[in-house]
Design a protein around this ligand. Structure first.
Ligand SMILES: Nc1nc2c(c(=O)[nH]1)N[C@H]1C(S)=C(S)[C@@H](COP(=O)(O)O)O[C@H]1N2
Ligand SMILES: [Mo]
Length: 260
């Protein structure tokens, strides 16, 4: 457990350094209307390119697939236990922020899927676009409300590649060598996406641009920055922080911080 304690201390120290440097103010909570979250991409007329996607999502709805209700909370218990609000946005990573020019960027979606995808930047941007507003909850105890993201919903991505019934977990791989794992139901949350923009601007390199994952209902270490590969697998495989003692699942409302 030495490695785990050291990793935990390093992670905490990164956050502490940031907070003493930038001293985030705690502000009153602005209520978020449920309408801020737009989990579904606009459903389109049958002949448009999205028809396959729409049909797949309708099929899942009929079969009850991925209907987990796992989304971030909005009401009175919006701030998870042990968290405090920050106004700025801390940067946390392994000390390495890979520079990935758009013309060298690509995303692979593979593993247990019917139609593996390899998208360069223009192919990625041609996928269905959605925008939504979500909260961030970092395991090192800061939370940040109302982040507006633009990108590809994980559900839309899944409708394109069609995970096989044997796909039970998802591993995200990043350009800095980072990995993180989630059950497929968490990846498929209605408010999870692959974001390329934040507050209407391209996501900065520090925050994981060109593209990062955002899974709002889990601690933020599950949201891979600089994502380059999404892999669907049959059984759980721990990622970078998970092998260092972080929880497999990371639910902020039950404080699944560490796996002791
Ligand atoms: N590729 C990659 N993704 C990552 C990390 C990382 O080191 N590398 N750190 C994780 C952790 S611990 C947190 S809290 C968030 C931080 O994202 P931010 O720097 O945009 O706040 O990214 C997560 N995703
Ligand atoms: Mo984190």
């Amino acid at each position: 457990m030495r490695a785990y304690k050291a990793a935990r201390a390093t992670h905490a120290r990164m956050d502490h350094d940031w907070e003493t440097r930038r001293c985030a103010a705690v502000r009153p909570v602005r209520e978020r209307a449920m309408t801020d979250v737009r989990p579904d991409a606009p459903e389109t007329a049958p002949d448009l390119p999205e028809s396959k996607l729409t049909a797949t999502k309708q099929k899942w709805a009929r079969e009850g697939r991925f209907l987990t209700g796992r989304v971030a909370r909005t009401g009175e218990d919006r701030l998870p236990p042990g968290q405090h609000l920050v106004k700025d946005w801390p940067v946390l990573d392994l000390g390495l922020q890979p520079e990935v020019p758009l013309n060298a960027w690509a995303l692979d979606v593979d593993g247990l899927v019917a139609h593996p995808a390899h998208w360069d930047w223009s192919a990625f941007k041609a996928q269905p676009q959605s925008d939504l507003v979500t909260d961030i909850h970092c395991v090192t105890t800061w939370s940040r409300y109302d982040n507006r993201w633009d990108g590809l919903l994980t559900r839309d991505l899944m409708a394109m590649v069609e995970p096989l019934p044997s796909a039970r977990f998802v591993v995200m791989h990043s350009y800095d060598g980072y990995t993180t794992n989630v059950p497929i139901e968490d990846f498929a949350a209605e408010d999870a996406l692959l974001a390329h923009s934040w507050e209407g601007q391209p996501l900065t390199r520090a925050h994981g641009g060109p593209v990062r994952v955002v899974i709002p209902h889990l601690y933020f270490w599950k949201s891979a920055k600089w994502v380059k590969r999404i892999e669907f697998i049959p059984a759980d495989r721990l990622g970078f922080w998970e092998v260092r003692g972080y929880h497999e699942r990371g639910d902020p409302w039950t404080e699944q911080r560490y796996s002791e």
